[in-house]
Every structure is written in structure tokens, then in C-alpha cells.
Design a protein around this ligand. Structure first.
Ligand code: MN
Length: 493
């Protein structure tokens, strides 16, 4: 397998047999990718995720749904190494390297730890990685988080922050990114946090993006096939890192299978990652929580909308929440000739259209505020509604699609701005473009919508009486007595 080091397939199998007692706990229940070298390290290799067809029945597997398009939603049946026989079966397939999930089956959405993969861009090497690993340790220490490390056996170092809780990748991934960015800011000559910058070389890339459901990392004690001689992805202590750094000796951080076995007998500095339970800093956890609804301010809720309407008698859209999407958020302003003429401003948020009735409409003039009464959330489909609501129904009268388009929240997340009662938005509509701010008063129903400088072009009388969708006037819509709404092409949950 490693001809230049005289390390045979028998040696590979023997190594895995002997290291098994310390290695197995790191493999248990973790779906894995085989990296097979049928002709040894000098030949071609391939990755194998799906258990091969000839996999014996006694080998445990776990099917993981793949929603990504590549596999067309098919699942992958991953191998789990839960006993010595399976480990040796894999070794016998010339699976020199064993790469496992950060999470255990069946909850593959819950990582046991955060893993920061330190990858040196030449001429930087493992010693620069050691320097960065120690910086990460110091930073995490200030957040009361312990971390541990192993050398990759290739050219870098991997730092582990154990959790062993129900934490999800949605929480660990942004945290890992934040740590990487922070360190990049503090040490711009040593660290990069973006793959694209990595090519500049001489720096260490903190790869935080590995903290993802379908990513695998080389397992502790796995052999590596990156060099002519076999090195091990071996746990190592902070002291060992400091020592190698002091001596400037990169070789101190490469371990042969023999070294790895000897070291493992003495102690395993990585072991705490198997059990230690930790929590993300409280401030950070709070940031990830959805904002708390303010008293009197409802969270996304179409109940009120549904209760007010009889859908056998009005052709307005029925209440359906939409899935959250990543495309631009939409806004719509409907001119509504109900008991009193007003303009309904609606902003997409949390899968609904958050709504305000603005009696005088939005002012184009900077600094001018207009009353905006907060009303019930509307379904997303309402964003394309134009027509007549029959007499005797809630909101009876003519509805014109006065303007629509996309909007973005300026300076903060729209949902946060909404709950905070100060929502600064930029509209990109057919008629209106520019920035307004919505401010909640002490009465949670009562808001003001204020134009932010500069003033916008005033809307002409003619434009004001013209649908942005059909071009019809209020009179024409009323006369035609139709009701048009087409789904937004929006998926409903
Ligand atoms: Mn209305």
C-alpha cells in the first residue's frame, strides 16, 4: 500500500486491528465515506459513500436522505463501523482513510462537535497551523469553551469543540464562521476565513464550512495516504503543539502508525470530545433564537385573516402559509376602496404578508409621516390579488394592485426590525422606489410610515389611479366586478 515505506496491506490491517480499542469510540454510529486505494498510495483512489452491492449483511448501514439535486432525492446507504470486523473489512478494501460524519446516526442533523479544519497555504505549513490552533484555543477559552486537537496526518491540524447535546448544524455552522472571521480580523497576515482568499498563500485557511450535515472529516487514528509514508491523523496535546512551535520543527507533528499506537497506550488527549457537554455562549444562543413577540404584537398568524372571511362568498385567497424562500422578499401596496379609501401596505415576512392600512398612502416627501394601522397578516397569495370583494363581506369594495415589487430591510433583518418596532425598508416597486421607515408607537396597532431622505418623485394623479398589474383604473376594476389572483408560484406548506 505504501511501497516506498515498505508498508503492506497486511500492515494496514494490522494497524487498524491494534488501534481499534482507542479508535472505535470515534467511529461508532457515524456514517462514513470510504477512500479506497486499490493500487496503493501511488495508484488511483476513489471515494465510496454508498455501501457497495457486495457489502455483507452483518455490516451495519444507515440510509441518509439526500435532498440535494445531484442525486435526485435518492438516499445514500452509509456504512457504520460499529465493530472490529467491519473496521477490518473496510481496511481489506484498501480503505486507507476513514472519513466520518460530525454527527451520529440516526440524528445526522445534530453534530457532536464543531470542527475547524486548519489548512495551510504553502509556504505556510503545519507549524503555522499550530500557531492558529493555539489562537483558537485562547479565543474559545475566553468564551468558556474547551477545545482539543489532532494533526491531520496530511499537512494541517483539526480543532474540535465538543457539545454532545441536541445542538444543530444551523447553530454550530454560523458560530464556527464567526470564530474564523474574528481570528482573521485579528491576525490578517496569518489567517483567512474565505476559500477564495486562500490562494494568496502563506496563510492558514480556517475551514469552518465543514460544519455541515453531509460533510465528512478524517477520523481520529485514521491512516493518511497523502505522503509516501503512512502518517496518522493523531490526537495531540496543546503542549506538543507549543513544543513543536518553539523548536520550529514540523516533523514533531507527524506520527507514524507505530508512534500512534505507542501514544494511544499512554493517553489520548482528544478523548474529551466523546463525552464533554458544552453550550454555546448564552449571548450567542439568544442571537440565534427567533425574536420574541412583543405584547400586543402577533407573530406570523393567519388565524385572524381566516376568521374574518367566508371563502365561499369571497374570491380572496385562502389562508395558507408559504415556505420560507431565499429569493427576494416581496412587498405590495393595494389601493382599497372599502368603507373608506386607503392603501394596504404588505411586506413578506415569515411566510406571510405582514400588513398595514395606510389611510393617506406613503408620502414621497422626506420626513413626512403617515399613520399606518397594523392589521392582520395576509397569505402570500394576497400579493397578486386584484378585484372586487362582494358586498356584505369583510373589506367589501374594490382592490387595486397599486404597486408591487421586492423590498429589503436596511441595516437589520426584517423580522427583527418588525418585532423591534422599527423597520427600515427599501422598496423596489413599479411605482415607488426608495427608503421608508415603519415605526411602532406605544399602541402596538398604531405605526407611522415615514419617508427617509431623499424625497421620492411624487406619483401623478393618473398613475395613482392605475393598477401596476393590469393598468386598470379603480372605476374599471369595480365595473368589471372580477377577481383576479394568481398564485405567486409560491410553495405552500
Ligand atoms: Mn384594506
Amino acid at each position: 500500500m505504501f511501497p516506498r515505506a515498505d508498508f503492506s496491506k497486511g500492515d494496514v490491517i494490522e494497524y487498524y486491528r491494534d488501534i481499534a480499542p482507542v479508535m472505535m469510540p470515534y467511529l461508532k454510529d457515524r456514517p462514513l465515506t470510504l477512500k479506497r486505494y486499490p493500487d496503493g498510495v501511488d495508484g488511483d483512489y476513489f471515494y465510496e459513500k454508498n455501501a457497495p452491492a457486495y457489502t455483507p449483511e452483518w455490516i451495519e448501514t444507515f440510509a441518509v436522505e439526500r435532498t440535494d439535486t445531484k442525486r435526485g432525492g435518492k438516499s445514500i446507504r452509509y456504512i457504520l463501523i460499529n465493530d472490529l470486523a467491519t473496521l477490518l473489512w473496510c481496511a481489506n478494501l484498501a480503505d486507507l482513510e476513514i472519513h466520518t460524519f460530525l454527527a451520529k446516526a440516526p440524528r445526522v442533523d445534530r453534530p457532536s462537535w464543531i470542527m475547524l479544519d486548519l489548512d495551510p497555504g504553502p509556504p505556510a505549513d503545519i507549524l503555522q497551523c499550530a500557531e492558529v490552533a493555539l489562537l483558537i484555543r485562547d479565543t474559545l477559552e475566553r468564551l468558556s469553551l474547551s477545545c482539543y486537537c489532532k494533526v491531520s496526518g496530511s499537512k494541517g491540524i483539526q480543532v474540535y469543540v465538543p457539545f454532545n447535546t441536541s445542538i444543530t448544524f444551523d447553530q454550530t455552522r454560523p458560530f464556527a464562521q464567526a470564530i474564523a472571521r474574528l481570528l482573521e480580523q485579528q491576525h490578517p497576515n496569518l489567517i483567512v476565513s474565505k476559500m477564495t482568499k486562500f490562494i494568496r498563500g502563506g496563510k492558514v485557511y480556517i475551514d469552518w464550512a465543514q460544519n455541515d450535515e453531509h460533510k465528512t472529516t478524517v477520523a481520529p487514528y485514521s491512516l493518511r495516504a497523502k505522503h509516501p509514508e503512512p502518517f496518522v491523523a493523531a490526537p495531540c496535546s496543546w503542549n506538543e503543539l507549543s513544543k513543536a512551535l518553539k523548536k520550529g520543527d514540523a516533523e514533531l507533528l507527524y506520527y507514524s502508525p507505530g508512534d500512534a499506537l505507542k501514544r494511544a497506550k499512554k493517553e489520548d488527549p482528544l478523548m474529551p470530545i466523546l463525552k464533554q457537554r458544552q453550550k454555546l455562549p448564552l449571548e450567542y444562543q439568544n442571537m440565534l433564537k427567533p425574536p420574541k413577540p412583543v405584547k400586543g404584537v402577533k407573530g406570523n398568524d393567519l388565524l385572524a385573516y381566516g376568521k374574518k372571511r367566508d371563502f365561499s362568498r369571497t374570491s380572496e385567497p385562502t389562508p395558507k402559509k408559504a415556505k420560507l424562500r431565499t429569493r427576494d422578499l416581496i412587498f405590495v401596496i393595494q389601493k382599497h376602496d372599502a368603507s373608506r379609501l386607503h392603501y394596504d401596505l404588505r411586506l413578506e415576512m415569515e411566510g406571510v404578508l405582514r400588513s398595514w392600512a395606510v389611510p393617506k398612502g406613503l408620502s414621497p416627501e422626506a420626513g413626512v409621516r403617515r399613520l399606518a394601522m397594523h392589521v392582520e397578516d395576509h397569505p402570500l397569495d394576497y400579493g397578486t390579488f386584484e378585484g372586487t370583494i362582494p358586498k356584505g363581506n369583510y373589506g367589501a369594495g374594490t382592490v387595486m394592485l397599486w404597486d408591487f415589487g421586492s423590498y429589503e430591510a436596511v441595516g437589520s433583518d426584517p423580522v427583527k426590525g418588525y418585532y423591534d418596532g422599527k423597520l427600515h425598508v427599501r422598496f423596489n416597486g413599479k411605482k415607488i422606489k426608495g427608503e421608508w421607515v415603519l415605526v411602532r408607537t406605544k399602541d402596538p396597532k398604531q405605526w407611522f410610515v415615514i419617508k427617509i431622505a431623499p424625497s421620492a418623485k411624487p406619483i401623478s394623479k393618473k398613475k395613482d389611479n392605475e393598477s401596476a398589474s393590469s393598468g386598470r383604473s379603480m372605476g374599471k376594476i369595480a365595473a368589471e366586478k372580477d377577481s383576479v389572483w394568481k398564485g405567486n408560484g409560491v410553495e405552500h406548506s
